[in-house]
Design a protein around this ligand. Structure first.
Ligand SMILES: Cc1ncc(C[n+]2csc(CCOP(=O)(O)OP(=O)(O)O)c2C)c(N)n1
Length: 284
């Protein structure tokens, strides 16, 4: 856990968005879902997680599994922010043959990626397995965090894992759902009619917290209020978010699930983000 104020975290999240847009000016990235999860990912990586870039195999580290594996860029920039590598390297190497960074995180080339993901529906089951494994090894202090999409909730494997996490009393497991209401092919309601995700996790027996996934103060508070890692009930944060958050022409637009932006769009978006941050009331 790192001591950071809400205002510092708001600045960190703004900086992550600017990095994302800078990369998006060079390469196609999954910008919509990167931006919707930028606030929760920033608080998770830059405030909450016990993860030392100099000891990435330490047994007592917290583990992170990116279940919505296409949000690799927002993960990489947060890892850069805590010192895993340089943010400039992410931009220079992204999608190159020898690069460590691409549209999906790959642990064959990037050791800071706990598990390679990209095929949706696998992160939560893997996180469950790791959480159970930690318990079997007598580790009752580390937590396992995973970030999922709402579209991803239509994978059956998610619900097998949701059931097992409760059965195996994995209180060391913390899942976050980026509930932005959009997938790549339409709205969640058009595609699966999933409706109330929080009710579903509650019905499976999870400690279920609903929050505004762009309210840094609320996110921080939710992490502060987590039950101890040695407790018996898994926690899910159902985070209400906006796809493309922070860039008005992208917000709630399916077209911006993935894409690339022009120099002009980059310049305007950065100016807007800076202005918004300067004028923004704190979310303490
Ligand atoms: C098993 C599987 N099916 C389909 C895809 C293609 N795909 C990539 S992203 C995506 C949409 C996911 O939507 P959501 O989980 O809501 O992500 P977000 O909107 O937060 O980016 C799809 C269908 C995939 N990666 N894996």
């Amino acid at each position: 856990m790192h001591q950071m104020t809400v205002r510092e975290l708001e600045k960190a999240a703004k900086d992550i968005r600017i990095r994302l847009l800078t990369l998006c000016n060079k390469e196609t990235i999954h910008i919509g879902g990167d931006l919707s999860s930028a606030d929760i990912m920033t608080v998770l990586w830059q405030y909450q997680m016990n993860y030392d870039p100099d000891h990435i195999h330490s047994e007592d580290r917290d583990r992170f599994i990116l279940s919505k594996g296409h949000a690799s860029a927002v993960t990489s920039f947060n890892q850069a922010a805590i010192g895993c590598f340089d943010a400039e390297d992410v931009i220079a190497e992204y999608a190159t043959d020898e690069g460590r960074f691409s549209m999906h995180s790959c642990n064959l080339v990037n050791p800071y990626v706990e598990v390679s993901t990209g095929s949706l529906g696998h992160g939560l089951p893997i996180a469950c397995g790791i959480a159970a494994g930690l318990r079997l090894k007598g580790n009752y202090t580390s937590r396992v965090y995973t970030v999922m999409g709402d579209g991803e909730q239509s994978e059956g494997s998610i619900w097998e894992a949701a059931m097992n996490a409760v059965h195996y009393q994995l209180g060391n497991l913390v899942a976050l759902v980026d509930f932005n209401g959009l997938e790549s092919d339409g709205t969640i309601d058009e595609i699966t009619g999933l409706k109330n995700i929080a009710d579903k996790y509650r019905a499976f027996g999870w400690n279920t917290i609903e929050l505004d996934g762009h309210h840094i103060g609320q996110i921080k508070e939710a992490f502060d209020g987590l039950p101890p890692a040695d407790s018996k009930v898994p926690t899910v944060f159902v985070c209400h978010t906006v796809k493309g958050k922070g860039v008005p022409f992208m917000e709630n637009q399916r077209r911006w699930h993935a894409g690339k932006i022009s120099d002009e769009q980059l310049k305007e978006s950065i100016e807007l983000l800076e202005k918004e941050f300067e004028g923004g009331g704190s979310h303490e």
